[in-house]
Design a protein around this ligand. Structure first.
Ligand SMILES: Nc1ncnc2c1ncn2[C@@H]1O[C@H](COP(=O)(O)OP(=O)(O)OP(=O)(O)O)[C@@H](O)[C@H]1O
Ligand SMILES: [Mg+2]
Length: 384
């Protein structure tokens, strides 16, 4: 069921107040961005003296600094959340201050969801007004639904109405998020056209409408490599400014992203910090980039690419599982044997075709490379 539907629960009867979804649980496995980085957001808010658009918690400049990282006048360090071209973030933030919505587009694992969450957290202080797009997303998930017990007992009324996250964002002047927009059936997507162009959501059953108040905007994400999904209609596309998130431009940038995220995830999972993981991280990133680009790093050997996307996100999860392996079953140092199985699993999605690609890569590139003997052996062991 889409996140917007309250499935007849209590307390969501009006659009006036957000439900408990935005509250903080110290036991949460994955706290929302606005809680995980509450101290940074508070420091930014304190020291930000630039003009803020209506209902924004921070100025556009401070939002960009929150995403890209920096040091504040009082010395507070803001960690970078997104590693990539500054201009991309500036355009994304600026779009949210206009009357156009923001569409983050890119191949899988380029941080679309991640950036969308952090933007909503920094702009509105709440990243939870979220609709998850699927092939089964109904119109109610974007507009509103009904609490049927109340509807039957008292007829249509404000009390019986269950607002969607988008409706709540409109009423409160907040940022709404729609994930995987192009997975949503075209006619349901089109519900967004009126919302985005007229900034209003009619409720014909009550003879009313909910008008968006200032501060409302919407961030959608879409994967440009999903096959067999719905296109964005041109009418809807015109309501969005599209920002394409690129793959990391260099191996160094990608190593940096993986190291940072693995550190954060490791801390949240209580994994001990690995002292010398950087060698293996470099290796994972090199393997992924070479296979993704279809050519070895020195440009000399042409390679076949496997069927799956070897994204930064996958590199992060291979290294994280490697760290867990080394912490629980190894000596706490990330070694070739800890990442080999993860790499194999990421590369070989199609057991027949990808296995050939992998074997060829192992024998032509990995085997010959200086200093990679241990890694070659570890890979051979798990590939056998
Ligand atoms: N440039 C980057 N800067 C910081 N983190 C990144 C970057 N690229 C990828 N990541 C990390 O990759 C992980 C996955 O990103 P995310 O889930 O947002 O990808 P996505 O683009 O939404 O993918 P999908 O299309 O599969 O939904 C996140 O943990 C994010 O931190
Ligand atoms: Mg995503």
């Amino acid at each position: 069921m889409a996140s917007g539907e309250a499935s007849g629960s209590e307390g969501t009867a009006s659009v006036d107040k957000a439900t408990a979804s935005g509250s903080r649980d110290p036991q949460a496995l994955r706290p929302h961005a606005e809680h995980a980085f509450a101290a940074e957001l508070a420091a930014l808010a304190r020291q930000d003296d630039r003009p803020r658009p209506a209902r924004w918690k921070l100025s556009p400049w401070a939002v960009a600094t929150y995403l890209l990282g920096g040091t504040l006048p009082d010395g507070t360090a803001i960690t970078p959340k997104y590693v990539g071209p500054r201009r991309i973030v500036e355009v994304a933030v600026t779009t949210l201050a206009t009357d156009r919505a923001l569409l983050l587009l890119g191949v899988p694992g380029t941080a679309k969801t991640w950036v969308s969450e952090h933007l909503a957290a920094a702009v509105s202080g709440d990243s939870t007004l979220l609709v998850q797009g699927t092939a089964g997303t109904p119109e109610e998930a974007i507009r509103y639904g009904w609490n049927y017990a109340r509807l039957l007992a008292h007829g249509p009324s404000r009390d019986a109405l269950v607002p969607s996250p988008v409706m709540r964002a409109m009423a409160e002047g907040m940022t709404a998020r729609v994930e995987e927009l192009t997975r949503i059936p075209a006619d349901v997507q089109d519900t967004l056209i009126t919302i985005l162009s007229e900034k209003t959501l009619p409720v014909p059953e009550l003879g009313e409408e909910v008008q968006a108040v200032r501060g409302f905007n919407l961030i959608a994400t879409a994967n440009d490599r999903d096959r067999g999904v719905n296109d964005l209609s041109s009418a809807l596309r015109r309501r969005f400014n599209t920002v394409v998130l690129p793959l990391p431009e260099s191996a160094e940038a990608e190593v940096d992203i993986v190291t940072r995220r693995v550190g954060q995830i490791g801390r949240s999972l209580d994994l001990p910090a690995a002292p010398d993981g950087i060698e293996e991280i470099r290796r994972v990133v090199t393997v992924f980039r070479e296979l993704r680009d279809g050519v070895s790093a020195d440009g000399r050997t042409k390679l076949k690419s496997p069927s799956g996307t070897l994204s930064t996100a996958e590199a992060i999860s291979v290294v994280t599982s490697g760290l867990a392996l080394s912490a629980h079953f190894g000596d706490g140092v990330l070694r070739p044997g800890d990442v080999a199985a993860g790499i194999l699993g990421a590369v070989v999605r199609d057991p027949a075709a990808d296995r050939v690609v992998w074997q060829e890569y192992l024998e032509t590139v990995v085997r010959e490379r200086e200093g990679w003997t241990d890694f070659y052996r570890a890979c051979r062991e798990v590939s056998a």
